[in-house]
Design a binder for this molecule. Structure first.
Ligand SMILES: *Cc1c(COP(=O)(O)O)cnc(C)c1O
Length: 381
């Protein structure tokens, strides 16, 4: 049986220039670790987003972990996290034996509810147990209400780490996503809007902190010829070869954002007529990393799971929205603050939501195939 060509959710999309930089790394024998391409990648990315500097590391998860270390998070501390996100947002909290407290989403952005955050901070202050940090995610490319969130956190003097792993290239209130908190982090994993195959970046306006991050990420090796160590460090730096891929990818980032937004628009145009489908809202400018939508169960009988199965039969990869972290067995017993009394927004999104293939290299024909399957499969009440 001949299978139709596989369509992935978000595959890597090379520009063709990457190999030139990789070849340069080979020619100069700056293979690993570090080297001039790492420095250049850090400078270029920081300049692109408008941060004072960046520290290139082995993953977005490593960048979050370093941010927690820089803020002094340790055993028994609490860290507030978005519930509606990928587990990598919160895993580093566990690395430090700290306790995550989960904050619900709001409907406007699907991201951290400022209202729930304020309630949680108010309670924590009264219990004299303010968190050491708040990690806010910008899901599927959409910024959280970072202006409100940073204002609330400033009131309680709690630093913000912005998990912009999915929102590189997005804007909010005229600023690039990832530059609102004390620290921002990006991911260059294979499924992200640009990729180094694997990698991440910590950005900040605090150059001293970034220096410290680079130090911690290089086994905390003190400046002495004999390998002197006072602190436990990590092996988290990005290799010079991969930074070369990143430089070439960064040069086409704006094109990638445009392409993903076009993919989103085509879905929206084709599926809005169907009725009962709502797309993720947009505040500011989202890179539309993934096109995501929800079904109105009052109108549509078919479940998102049915659609995912049907697409899988056609060799098309689709996914539900992230399962909220306060529902994961890993975080059983963690506190959770809902947006309001009407039931967690994150749970509702998870139950009704769907992610569609959204790669910047998706062709019109491929997208028509996907739209056709959805249109054929949907049944109404
Ligand atoms: C991908 C991702 C990360 C982690 O990035 P890695 O580079 O894969 O470690 C963190 N948070 C979110 C929301 C992500 O999507």
């Amino acid at each position: 049986m001949s299978q139709k060509k596989r369509i992935y959710l978000s595959p890597p999309h090379m520009s063709g220039e990457e190999e030139r930089y990789v070849a340069e790394a080979f020619r100069t024998n700056w293979i690993a670790p570090l080297g001039p391409l790492v420095d250049a990648f850090e400078e270029k990315l920081a300049a692109y987003v408008g941060a004072a500097g960046g520290a290139a590391v082995s993953s977005g998860t490593a960048a979050i972990h370093l941010a927690l270390k820089l803020l002094g998070v340790g055993k028994g501390d609490t860290v507030f996290c978005s519930s509606f996100t990928f587990v990598a947002s919160a895993n580093p909290v566990l690395y430090e034996q700290a306790e995550p407290v989960f904050i619900d989403s709001e409907r406007d952005t699907w991201n951290m509810s400022p209202r729930a955050l304020e309630r949680a901070l108010d309670e924590a202050e009264r219990a004299r147990n303010l968190p050491k940090a708040v990690i806010v995610v910008n899901l599927y490319g959409q910024s959280a209400k970072m202006d409100e969130i940073t204002e609330i956190c400033d009131k309680y003097a709690v630093p913000v780490i912005e998990d912009a792993a999915e929102s590189l290239g997005s804007e909010y209130k005229g600023r690039k996503s990832g530059t609102f908190g004390r620290f921002g982090i990006y991911s260059f994993n294979g499924n992200k809007i640009i990729t180094t195959s694997g990698g991440g970046m910590l950005v900040s306006d605090d150059e001293e902190a970034l220096k410290k991050a680079r130090f911690l990420a290089s086994q905390a090796r003190e400046p002495a010829v004999h390998y002197q160590h006072q602190k436990a460090g990590f092996n988290y730096r990005m290799s010079n070869v991969l930074a070369g891929i990143g430089i070439a990818q960064l040069a086409v980032l704006d094109d990638r954002v445009k392409a993903r937004r076009t993919v989103f628009k085509r879905y929206q145009e084709a599926l809005s007529d169907i009725g009962g489908i709502s797309f993720m809202p947009e505040l500011g400018m989202s890179n539309r990393w993934l096109t995501t939508l929800t079904f109105d169960h009052e109108k549509i009988q078919t479940s998102p799971r049915d659609i995912i199965e049907q697409l899988a039969r056609e060799n098309i990869e689709a996914r539900p929205l992230w399962k909220p972290l306060h529902r994961q067995p890993l975080f059983e017993g963690a506190a959770f603050y809902p947006h309001d009394e009407s039931g967690p927004v994150a749970d509702d999104l998870f139950q009704r939501g769907l992610c569609l293939p959204s790669g910047s290299s998706l062709t019109r024909e491929e997208q028509d195939r996907i739209i056709q399957v959805i249109a054929d499969r949907i049944n109404y009440k």
